[in-house]
Design a protein around this ligand. Sequence first.
Ligand code: SAM
Ligand code: SF4
Length: 342
Amino acid sequence: MRSDLADIYGQDKLPRYTSYPTAPHFSSAIGEKVYRHWLRSVSVHRPVSLYFHIPFCRSMCWYCGCHTSVATHDEPIAAFVAALRREAQLIADTIEKSLPVAHLHFGGGTPTIMAPQLLVDLADALRYIFFVTPDAEIAVEVDPRTLTNDLTQAFKYCGVTRASLGVQSFDRRVQRTINRLQSFEQTAAAVERLRRAGVRGINFDLLYGLPFQTVSSCLDSIAKCVELRPDRLSVFGYAHVPSFKKHQRKIAEESLPDSVARHVQSETIAEALQDAGYVRIGLDHFALPDDALATAQRDGRLRRNSRATPMTALTHSSASGRARSVGCPTALSKTWWPSATT
Ligand SMILES: C[S@@+](CC[C@H](N)C(=O)[O-])C[C@H]1O[C@@H](n2cnc3c(N)ncnc32)[C@H](O)[C@@H]1O
Ligand code: SF4
């Protein structure tokens, strides 16, 4: 993007590119009847992607725009997952035929907050309820600060193929300001553990436009990330919406880079990643040249995955579409998909 355009439009309150359809298009007018009708019209001849939202974290990062809350005990998490399983069963019963699933994505919040046995039981239940294809992508969003050995063993059992790690920035001052202290060593240990457990795909989530972030701190974070050679990186601009996400008020507006500085940070990161051998996918994704996304882009086969279905237990305070609309930028943007044909 040209920097003069970033200057003109950068301050506008535009819908987030990563949310598609954008938040204003979600509406409570879509009730049970319409939802059931839509579900019944899902073709079972083409595999679908299912997204499972786990809206809990152990602590709150002040920048967070995801639909989540802090859980200090495990009971609400287990109760939520039980409701999620019931909803999966209801959906399968409504469709009435065995639905082939080629992509399961567990996002959040922090899915890795689940106890290992809870994750294993959920994955087993989903394989029972749906027909998860043998080559399905099974992806989990991971908080590297709390990933345990037992959980990575559970990943192995469940056949997890891809992990998306929240990294954001390695700058300590930035980390202190956003209430997220995460050392390079913690991140490296998580990557090592995941690779040892056979998780082939590793994604990193990075942010620019965070409080006190500078071009040089962005470059330093990129250099550290490149050392760990993730297959893919998502690089999002920090969305500051304190009227909607009250905890973001802990971030002083004066500490935020302006729209021009944000633009420079984003383009500098893009250049650094391309210099390090990554291919740019769309505006904010990067992949190694032999990654499926990069090859699909080269061959003209890259498309939005319009068959992604979000699931969050309806017994939770938000309706299922809501989790998407407020939702996690990574889960939605990870609906890029290499198709078999153009
Ligand atoms: C569900 S979190 C990733 C997994 C895990 N909860 C973690 O943080 O490590 C999804 C990602 O959304 C991005 N994100 C969260 N809040 C954001 C915001 N306000 N603006 C832009 N991106 C945001 C972050 O990059 C974060 O890693
Ligand atoms: S960024 Fe991740 S860990 Fe932090 S509050 Fe949001 S969902 Fe939770």
